[in-house]
Design a protein around this ligand. Structure first.
Ligand code: SF4
Length: 385
């Protein structure tokens, strides 16, 4: 999630609210956060007899604290960060002065972080697991409540491992279906818990017909998969979970992150998926974000995408020729073979997306997803097309 940091004035507790130049509709109970981009903006909400005041202000460094009329404010926010906030975004303002964008209006990458906890420890996890902060569940309920049911058309539930919430995950999915009924939901899960058929059934029923599950599978065998996942038994749990989901006719996609550990058996991986998991809706080959544990384990996991482009193309061909849909996520077009570029998706979350200077003259820039600006390593073979 993107965030901004400024100086807090009068913020005693976290404030979760909707950014807007006008007070949000649908009742007066929806917390309103007002962006102050000019002195005139400030006057609009602080003058006497104004009908409704915002719960908090977000302002640049020029705001006069004497004019705030006691409204909690984060001041000193960078102008470009403030300008990037849209009306309809949902932000959490923390007493420290950090402003976290929990929901970005119009973005296809919005998600609910169900938990930080995980039952695996993937060697390249960009966001290592940990304990949940106090009040995370209530915060998520409030976040869903603030979402505009007309506007939200896609939403991911992610973690950590969301299935560790157990029955609460079923409740969370039901709530999403009820509050944002137009949203296509994607649950990112390692599917280990779905080896319990009854639990799988409860999740599938709660999400029907708007739920898609995206499941990481890193190898065609337990030794390699469990090594990447950092958890013994993960492979067979996931395979059993996937078959339970298939029995329930639940749409499922597979994801595999390409690293020095997973690339060598990519052809066998493609063959395994075709032979054993023919019901999957899609196989996504994902580029690695070299942050978090991937950064710590860089010497074990890093491989330049340019160096595996032919292996990837062979795996893709093996699947697509057998009518298994394939997508390639998080890869710049220029490191892919020409025949696989059409499968590349612009999948990097907007605020993480970066185009190094070498991209400037590239004729494909508008079609290319660029690279992770959050990683410590990118391909050494970027070149304008
Ligand atoms: S040069 Fe940049 S914009 Fe062009 S394909 Fe490569 S990464 Fe994408």
């Amino acid at each position: 999630m993107s965030s901004l940091t400024g100086q807090p004035l009068g913020i005693a507790a976290p404030i979760l609210g909707i950014v807007g130049r006008r007070a949000p509709g649908r009742g007066q109970g929806r917390t309103w956060v007002y962006p102050v981009r000019s002195p005139a903006d400030l006057a609009r909400v602080t003058r006497p007899r104004v009908r409704r005041r915002p719960a908090a202000l977000l302002a640049g460094p020029e705001v006069d604290s004497c004019a705030l009329n006691g409204i909690p404010t984060v001041t000193g926010l960078p102008a470009e960060g403030l300008a990037a906030l849209h009306d309809g975004d949902i932000v959490q303002i923390e007493p420290s002065g950090r402003v976290i964008v929990f929901y970005e209006k119009g973005s296809p990458h919005n998600c609910i972080f169900a938990t930080n906890r995980c039952n695996c420890l993937c060697v390249m996890c960009p966001q290592p697991p940990g304990p949940d902060p106090e009040g995370l569940w209530e915060q998520n309920l409030r976040l869903i409540d603030l979402m505009d049911p007309e506007e939200v058309t896609c939403l991911a539930i992610t973690g950590g491992e969301p299935t560790l919430l157990g029955e609460r995950l079923v409740e969370l999915i039901r709530l999403c279906r009820q509050k944002v009924p137009r949203a296509h939901l994607t649950l990112l899960t390692n599917a280990r818990q779905f080896k319990n058929f009854e639990f799988a059934k409860a999740v599938v029923q709660a999400g029907y017909p708007a739920l898609l599950l995206e499941v990481p599978l890193f190898a065609d065998n337990d030794t390699e998969h469990d090594r990447v996942m950092g958890a013994g038994g993960a492979f067979w749990d996931t395979i059993q979970g996937l078959h339970n989901l298939a029995l329930l006719s639940q749409p499922v996609g597979l994801r595999t992150v390409l690293s020095a550990l997973t690339v060598p058996r990519l052809p066998q991986y493609a063959e395994f998926v075709y032979r054993n998991l023919p019901f999957v809706m899609q196989v996504a080959f994902m580029g690695m974000e070299t942050t978090g544990l991937a950064e710590q384990n860089l010497d074990r996991v890093w491989i330049d995408p340019y160096d595996y482009r032919e292996t990837l193309a062979a795996a893709v061909r093996r699947l697509t020729r057998r009518m298994v849909p394939v997508s390639i996520y998080n890869h710049p077009l220029c490191v892919l073979t020409p025949d696989t570029r059409q499968l590349a998706r612009n999948s990097i979350t907007t605020w993480k997306q970066s185009y190094p200077p070498v991209c400037e003259p590239c004729s494909k820039r508008s079609e290319c997803g660029g690279v992770f600006g959050t990683g410590v390593k990118i391909s050494a073979h970027l070149q304008p097309l």
